[in-house]
Structures are given as C-alpha cells and as structure tokens.
Design a protein around this ligand. Structure first.
Ligand code: AKG
Ligand code: FE2
Length: 305
C-alpha cells in the first residue's frame, strides 16, 4: 500500500498531503497516518480534491463527532446536510449571507462556549482571484516561547471569552445576533490548556477575550495586547493561500486562526465546513464579569502610592 506524501508547508504549522483521494473511505492505516500528521502539523492541506457533501461528511466524521450546527442560523447551513455550514459572501434572497464576514479576528472556534471545537474541515468551492487567505497560529509555540516569569503569571490565570467580541458581529442580522448573545453568555477558560491527545500545553488567547479574571481593565487590556501580539507573530503563523478544491483541516485545540477580508467582496468566496465537536467541557459561565473588586483596587492604589 502506498503511504501518503506529507510535505511541511511552514515551520510553525501546515503540511500538504498528496497521494490520497478523499472521496474514498479512509483505511485505518491512512486514518492513523493523517491523525499523526494532524497532531504534528496542526493544519493539513489536501489539494485538488472534489468532494460531494456526503464525501466531505464521511471523511470529517473519521476525526470526531460532527457538530449539527444547532448554534448557527439555519440559513447558513447546507439545505440538505446540516453537518455542513456554508461560509459564503453571496447574497441569499436579497440579503447578505449570515457568514459573509465570519472569522475576521483571531479566534479559536467556539471559545465563547464551554466546549471549544476540536477542529474543522473546510473545502474550498469558490474563491476570489486574489486574497481571502486564512492564517493559523501555533499556540503551543506561543506558550513555550514566553519567559518563565510570564508563564508563572499565566499558569493559574483565567480569561473571559465573549461572543460579542466577534469582529463585525454588529453588522449581522440583529435578531440572529441577539439570539447568539442570549445563548452564549460570557465563558471563563484557563489561559493555559492541555491538549487531550498530545498532552502538550498551549496558550488559549485570542481577540475574543474580554478580560482576565481578577484584573483591572487596564491590566487586562495591556496583558491581552502583549499576549495576542506574541501569539500571532509571524514566526508562529501559517498563511494559507486557497486553491479551488483544497480541503484544509485544523486542530482547534492548540491554535487560533483568522479569515482575512483582503479581497474584492463582489467576487464569490464559498467554503463548505464540517465542524468537530469539542471533547471536553473546559469552561464555565462567568457570573460576574466586572473588573477587579473595590477592595483589590484600593489595595492596588495603596501599593503604588
Ligand atoms: O473562511 C475561512 O477561511 C475560515 C473562517 C473561520 O473562521 C472558520 O471556518 O472557523
Ligand atoms: Fe473560525
């Protein structure tokens, strides 16, 4: 049996896999080899595939439980397969699609819920002539390259992730947005998380964090800006320039990503997406998202005066 051709695309993340036709069911050996490469490279690219929705679903299902996208607006799902979310900038019934500006700031999918996604599988159906790239950052490296004093600070730190920080959410249909906010109260996650399969720790920070627990707004914003700049610096990033037919799967348990809006919005960009449900409940609802309490503020003032 031929084994797969696996070629790294970047130092921090990304590998291309050729020598496989994803329309056919994976053998156990292929599945194992792909999973191993996925854990190592975080983002896998399978060029020149042409999958039906059924084939994309069958492939994706080998890597986890598929999300039925209950949390998404019904108009954004494939009409015959709710396991497929359609990311599209086309108009639907005279209205902008509910996904026309999805993913425009750095994020880890569903970190604003108690169970962030395991990963996702995108299939490129239509693309603009230039631009519309997607970038992923390796959050293992982001954590491992911080200095010991900062790591010590982060070890027991928790952050509030908030759906209202999704960039461009205010431009979407107000009823859909109100429902999303109602269903997704702010959620607290540890800043350092452990990957359930590799056992390696990574830094769960992104641009959908509102604040850190127990810190003042100033402290939170400064620390967050520093950590986000660090985590998404070019040496930790793989940038994918899409080709039609690409299938890209990413491990959401140790990465964040951003979909760039750097393209002519009159040109269609359409991706079919299968989403893998998270395996572990790692977050809890933030009952009180206010900043540091009065007592700790007074102590802080006392400490500086
Ligand atoms: O459209 C893309 O490239 C990715 C959008 C995104 O953030 C996602 O599918 O999770
Ligand atoms: Fe995303």
């Amino acid at each position: 049996m031929n084994s797969l051709e696996i070629t790294p695309l970047g130092f921090a993340a990304g590998a291309e896999i050729r020598g496989i036709d994803l329309r056919k069911p994976l053998t156990n050996a292929q599945h194992e080899e792909i999973n191993k490469a996925w854990l190592e490279h975080i983002v896998l690219v399978f060029p020149e595939q042409d999958l039906t929705p059924e084939e994309q679903i069958a492939f994706s299902r080998r890597f986890g439980v598929l999300d039925n996208h209950e949390s998404q607006a019904p108009s954004t799902l494939h009409p015959d397969h709710r396991e497929i979310l359609v990311l599209s900038n086309k108009t639907v019934g005279g209205k902008k699609s509910g996904t026309y500006n999805s993913g425009r700031n750095w994020h880890t999918d569903l970190s604003y819920t108690s169970r962030p996604a395991k990963g996702a599988i995108l299939h490129c159906k239509e693309k603009p002539p230039v631009g519309g790239d997607t970038m992923w950052a390796n959050l293992y490296l982001a954590l491992e390259t911080l200095t010991p004093p900062i790591r010590a600070l982060l070890e027991n730190l928790e952050a509030v992730h908030d759906v209202s920080m999704v960039r461009g959410i205010e431009q979407r249909d107000p009823t859909v947005v109100a429902e999303m906010k109602r269903r997704n109260p702010p959620i607290i996650h540890p800043v350092v998380r452990t990957h359930p399969e590799t056992g390696r720790k990574s830094l769960l920070v992104n641009q959908r964090i509102r604040r850190f627990l127990g810190m003042s707004d100033d402290e939170s914003q400064s620390l967050l800006a520093m950590l986000n700049a660090h985590a998404t610096s070019p040496e930790f990033v793989y940038r994918h320039r899409w080709s039609l037919g690409d299938v890209v799967m990413w491990d959401n348990r140790c990465s964040c990503h951003v979909a760039l809006g750097d393209f002519d919005q009159t040109k269609p960009r359409v991706m079919y997406r299968c989403s893998l449900e998270g395996e572990v409940e790692s977050g809890r609802i933030a009952e009180n998202v206010a900043g540091a309490d009065r007592e700790s503020m007074l102590q802080a003032v006392a400490a500086v005066s």
